[in-house]
Unconditional design. Sequence first.
Length: 127
Amino acid sequence: MRRLLLADDDLELRTGVADLLGDLELEIFLAETGIEALEVVRREAIHTALLDWNMPACSGLEALGQIQEIRQGLPCILYSGNLTPGMEGVALRAGAFSVMKKPVVPDLLRREVLRALERYEHLQNLN
């Protein structure tokens, strides 16, 4: 089964996004902070991650950098309600697979998650 890490400090958004992705038949691991997200990545075989940019203690961008050190090539999608073109560029240069604006468009989110999972599977087949 494909495994997704969903990190967002807003409980309502976290559960809402998990519900939006429910029809993709994913095992979803939830984290409230970037630090919890890092713990999940260290402990579980995650196939892609969806990270809120603004989380306490460790932002999604900070977590992205550390996740890339732990699991090089893991596709990570960052999302933010305050997204600017400059932020998007920073995230992509830092290794984000893609960047999305909240509130997310459900079909677009599902497509991006599936694209990220396909990227992960492609990378695994190369190894």
